[in-house]
Design a protein around this ligand. Structure first.
Ligand code: 13P
Length: 257
């Protein structure tokens, strides 16, 4: 059975004090006593180090929200994946729809970043998802296929073994509209079939596919109960302990220690 994974994407939120308080509270509540559930937080770059200190020894893992496709060098304003590893990150979120839509990130760039991050030793949370217009035009599967093929171009089976996929329908992000359990399960099952045909059945079966888009305490359990939903990538509800902890608890109920 796949381990459930609950990751908080703080996006461009928190300050040092609030971020550290959130991480400290989470570390206190998430002990290693639930091996079937993995928990990670992804704060903004400036708070990676203090958050790393706050969660040290707790079993909560650390991720960043982006990285450069380049190795270290003259790239003003960029952050190299090796630097993220150096400050305690295990994870980096790549291909988030906000980066695709607001910063023009293409599948090719996401693939380049993925390869660089994997080579540096990071694991990747790779995001894909359709817009509302694409869903309404019955293009969801085709969009997912295109994003997966493009974002995983050149990534071999060993690379995929260090990647978690996050299905994040754009229309559900920050809108309060959550995909129904049927919509989520259908997209996840499609993604797993895609992985089986591009790689192999065993690897497709082992790969975690998270759902993201207005995940809350009220809908987390029913989403994660779906056979192909292996956790959640949580935005808004990851910013308050009282909102995030019930999501972690829902996962723990589904994978009792
Ligand atoms: P919300 O949970 O705020 O909808 O954000 C989801 C998301 O984009 C996580 O990466």
């Amino acid at each position: 059975m796949r381990r459930l994974f609950v990751a908080g994407n703080w996006k461009m939120n928190t300050l040092r004090e609030s971020g550290v308080a959130l991480a400290t509270g989470l570390a206190k509540e998430c002990h290693k006593s639930h091996p079937g559930v993995q928990v990670a937080v992804c704060p903004p770059f400036p708070f990676l180090l203090p958050v790393a200190a706050a969660i040290a020894g707790s079993g909560v893992e650390l991720g960043a929200q982006n990285c450069s496709p380049e190795k270290p060098g003259a790239f003003t304003g960029e952050v190299a994946s090796g630097m993220l590893l150096d400050v305690g990150c295990q994870w980096v979120i790549l291909g988030h729809s906000e980066r695709r839509a607001l910063y023009g990130e293409t599948d090719a760039l996401v693939a380049q970043k993925t390869a660089t991050a994997l080579a540096a030793g990071l694991s990747v949370i790779l995001c894909v998802g359709e817009t509302l217009a694409e869903r309404q035009a019955n293009q969801t599967d085709a969009v997912l296929d295109r994003q997966m093929a493009g974002s995983l171009a050149g990534i071999d089976a060993a690379g995929l073994a260090r990647i978690v996929i996050a299905y994040e329908p754009v229309w559900a992000i920050g809108t309060g509209l959550t995909a129904t359990t049927e919509q989520a399960e259908s997209a996840h099952s499609h993604l797993r079939k895609w992985l089986a045909s591009r790689y192999n059945a065993g690897l497709a079966d082992a790969t975690r596919i998270l759902y993201g888009g207005s995940v809350k305490a009220q809908n987390a359990k029913s989403l994660m109960e779906q056979p192909n939903v292996d956790g959640a990538l949580v935005g808004g509800a990851s910013l308050k302990l009282d909102d995030f902890l019930p999501i972690v608890r829902a996962a723990q109920e589904l994978r009792p220690a």
